[in-house]
Ligand binder design. Structure first.
Ligand SMILES: [Zn+2]
Length: 150
């Protein structure tokens, strides 16, 4: 189980620096909910596809919705599907650096998770926008998925 309070110090997989956790949700803990902008979502999609770190062999599944026996959350882009739940993203805000699971985009779109404001500000100046026409989230089996670049 990988639950961490928002803004607690990141220590899941050892690394340099002092990132703060955000978005490590599970069904036993409440989290902040709200709306996020289209640009935030599109930039988060870019991060999720092009800028993941800490790839692990295990796959963490969303405990908020548990999508079926063979179901995993996938992000599809240009004909390729990537499995979510086995990598992380990093974002620099004004006040801190943040470590989040790549399932974050599902938590935002599927469960209305609202990340801390400083994280959102950081995403808004990171990477680029990936228009909503170019990618989609779905659930499905893990086969036929590819590894992303890190
Ligand atoms: Zn879910």
């Amino acid at each position: 189980m990988t639950y961490f309070d928002d803004l607690s110090p990141y220590s899941y997989i050892s690394e340099e620096g002092n990132s703060l956790n955000i978005g490590w949700l599970d069904k036993n803990h409440d989290f902040q909910k709200g709306d996020t902008s289209e640009e935030f979502i599109e930039r988060l999609a870019w991060l999720t596809i092009y800028s993941t770190v800490k790839h692990t062999p295990g796959i963490h599944r969303c405990t908020l919705c548990q999508p079926g026996a063979f179901g995993f959350h996938l992000i599809s882009h240009e004909g390729n599907s990537f499995i979510l739940g086995s990598a992380e993203i990093r974002v620099k805000g004004n006040r801190a650096a943040y470590a989040a699971p790549d399932l974050l985009i599902h938590y935002v779109l599927g469960h209305r998770y609202l990340p801390p404001e400083d994280f959102i500000s950081g995403v808004m100046v990171t990477g680029s926008r990936l228009h909503r026409d170019k990618w989609s989230l779905s659930t499905g089996p893990y086969w036929n998925t590819l590894n992303r670049q890190s």
